[in-house]
Design a protein around this ligand. Structure first.
Ligand SMILES: [Zn+2]
Ligand SMILES: [Zn+2]
Length: 252
């Protein structure tokens, strides 16, 4: 096991610790809500015949408001249901008017409800389109794009994990999940000793990337937090891509 001290500075450690505490507080509320309310809300969900089976915008508004309000109360923020309904409507119309903290609670509420859709999809054993049917990174349940792949024991079978609804579906074991190229030479793996078991897979053909967690090396309890915790790898990859683009500009 790699136990070398990571290269994050103390202040970054502190900020990450704070972010974790905030996340944990909200996550506990989401878990409690799901224990209490999932059997009720699962009866209210209607899945489509084909993917996306239950897009975010079709989730029951009342379930989102109910959970969102719990998260607001846990954070001691007073706001009326009517105001939350108005903000949910504005979100649906693609207007972004929430402050950062309200937005964080809103996203946790949407995820919490979307998880029920994912649970239902698993119970119904819905089929996920394969890569060759233009599957790939788009979640068949909620319709959002995922950038998180998971390699599972014992032999590294690859699945996508949706960080929004939590649904997992099997994908091609090799190649770029964005453009479908199976040319291994075109893929570059970026990693950092601070994050063992995680690689950023960058495709030189399409210039896109995804994060890959090898659960044979690093056991993950909570993929949402794991994705947040390892955001420095996304930033480093973006930087690498922009520098790489500059260099190839100079060559041509
Ligand atoms: Zn999803
Ligand atoms: Zn590609």
């Amino acid at each position: 096991m790699n136990t070398k001290k990571n290269k994050l500075t103390n202040s970054e450690d502190g900020a990450m610790e704070q972010a974790y505490q905030n996340y944990k507080l909200l996550k506990e509320q989401v878990d409690l809500w799901q224990q209490e309310r999932s059997s009720y809300w699962l009866k209210m969900l209607n899945m489509a015949e084909k993917p996306p089976y239950l897009p975010i915008l079709d989730l029951p508004s009342d379930a989102i408001i109910e959970l969102w309000q719990r998260l607001n109360q846990a954070a001691e923020v007073q706001i009326s249901d009517a105001k939350l309904k108005e903000m949910w409507q504005q979100f649906k119309e693609s207007q972004d008017i929430m402050d950062e903290k309200m937005s964080a609670r809103f996203q946790m509420a949407v995820r919490g409800v979307a998880h029920l859709a994912s649970q239902m999809a698993n119970e119904k054993k819905v089929s996920a389109p394969s890569f060759h049917d233009h599957g790939g990174i788009t979640c068949p349940v909620c319709g959002e794009d995922s950038t998180l792949a998971v390699l599972a024991p014992p032999n590294g079978k690859r699945a996508m994990h949706c960080t929004l609804c939590g649904f997992e579906w099997e994908v091609n074991r090799i190649g770029c999940l964005h453009c479908g190229s199976e040319d291994a030479k075109q893929q570059i793996y970026l990693k950092n000793e601070a994050f063992p078991g995680i690689e950023m897979v960058v495709c030189q053909l399409c210039g896109q990337y995804f994060k890959e967690i090898d659960t044979r090396e690093s056991l993950v309890q909570d993929y949402i937090w794991e994705d947040i915790r390892t955001l420095p790898l996304n930033f480093a990859t973006e930087l690498w891509l922009s520098e790489h683009a500059k260099k190839s500009d100079q060559i041509h």
